[in-house]
Design a protein around this ligand. Structure first.
Ligand SMILES: [Mg+2]
Length: 346
């Protein structure tokens, strides 16, 4: 049974200023949730809210007492479905706040059963993927340096932020430094549909795997226009937040990029993956600039993914938490020697 719950806010500095088409950040706010049972097991989860989706650390802190009251009222942490449904009924939006509790509960349940979360889910830890490492927008020279750094650290897959008037120059510079890596690109809604089609045509010459969110989420017809004409596969991120969005984007993209902070629960993430598969879509799991306190949980979905962009902890100056090991970017679930998600305060 649940014995106690609490939460605390931390501000984490990023290693580099992180630029995307919408703006640049140098730090990230995380609210960590702890849920303890009467045997002394403590489940850890965290919210890293995104103001783009209307959440801040303050809104997370404002709704967490109501969410944790649901957990304490149900009492048995194994009632995950019931707790998550009641949390959704209590706080309709606020997905980052809800997922912090969802992660902490899954961590707790797996710790009680003394298995890593992937094993609780019945997944094969050796069937894993490599996370991409994201190169944020900056001046060309800095982007080249960051790319060289990433190669030196062993990363073989990079995600390049685009959505500027110098996108082709950026990709040229990156390819110059990193001729052999797998490259993804993310425009974060910055292009018009027509601009997207011509730009993707030129970008395709640089051997990119896919282009993420070329046009604004508010323009679903524009996404379809691009999808039908694009020279590269198209991934939907800002256009696909929750389960209900998967059928909506199914004929408008090739890949859905789900994120725990958008969908609000690990169970919802699982439902999204299966629904995407039913629609013939490929699946990627992305993240915000998060620490291992939440990324560790997302790593356990790796055996179900085609692509992972779970580099949040790698973008922090220092992560107070340890999680699933990621040697050279490979999500090494089999190398995790702890029960639960593996998140642990160092
Ligand atoms: Mg994205």
């Amino acid at each position: 049974m649940i014995a106690s719950t609490d939460f605390e806010r931390r501000t984490l500095a990023l290693e580099y200023a992180f630029g995307i088409a919408r703006g640049t950040q140098t730090e990230t706010d995380a609210v960590t949730v702890h849920i303890e049972d009467d045997e002394g097991h403590v489940g850890i989860g965290a919210a890293t809210p995104s103001s783009h989706y209307g959440e801040t650390a303050a809104t997370v802190e404002a709704v967490l007492p109501d969410l944790l009251a649901v957990v304490e009222d149900v009492g048995d942490p194994h009632h995950l479905e019931r707790i998550e449904r009641r949390m959704r009924e209590t706080v309709h939006r606020n997905p980052a706040a809800r997922v912090a509790v969802s992660i902490a509960l899954h961590d707790l349940v797996a710790k009680r059963l003394e298995v890593p979360l992937y094993r609780y889910w019945g997944l094969d830890p050796t069937n894993t993927v490599e996370t991409s490492y994201t190169i944020g927008l900056d001046d060309l020279e800095t982007m080249r340096e960051k790319t060289a750094d990433a190669l030196e650290r062993g990363h073989g897959t990079l995600k390049i932020k685009l959505g500027t008037d110098r996108d082709i120059e950026i990709i040229e510079a990156i390819r110059d430094v990193a001729p052999d890596v797998r490259l993804y690109a993310d425009a974060n809604e910055a292009w018009t549909p027509r601009e997207a089609v011509t730009r993707i045509e030129r970008l395709a010459a640089f051997d990119l795997e896919f282009i993420e969110q070329p046009v604004p989420a508010a323009n679903p017809d524009g996404l379809q226009f691009v999808y039908e004409r694009a020279a590269l596969p198209v991934a939907a991120d800002e256009s696909c937040l929750t389960l209900a969005d998967v059928p909506q984007v199914a004929d408008r993209c090739d890949i859905v990029n789900l994120k725990l902070m958008k969908c609000g629960s690990l169970r919802e993430a699982m439902r999204m993956i299966h629904t995407a598969r039913a629609h013939g879509l490929e699946v990627m799991c992305g993240c915000m600039t998060e620490s291992h306190a939440s990324i560790a949980a997302a790593c356990h979905l790796a055996p179900l993914l085609d692509y992972a962009d779970l580099d949040g902890p790698l973008l922090l100056a220092e992560d107070p938490y340890a999680g699933v090991p990621m040697p050279d970017g490979r999500i090494d679930l089999a190398g995790l020697e702890r029960a639960g998600t593996g998140a642990r305060l160092e």
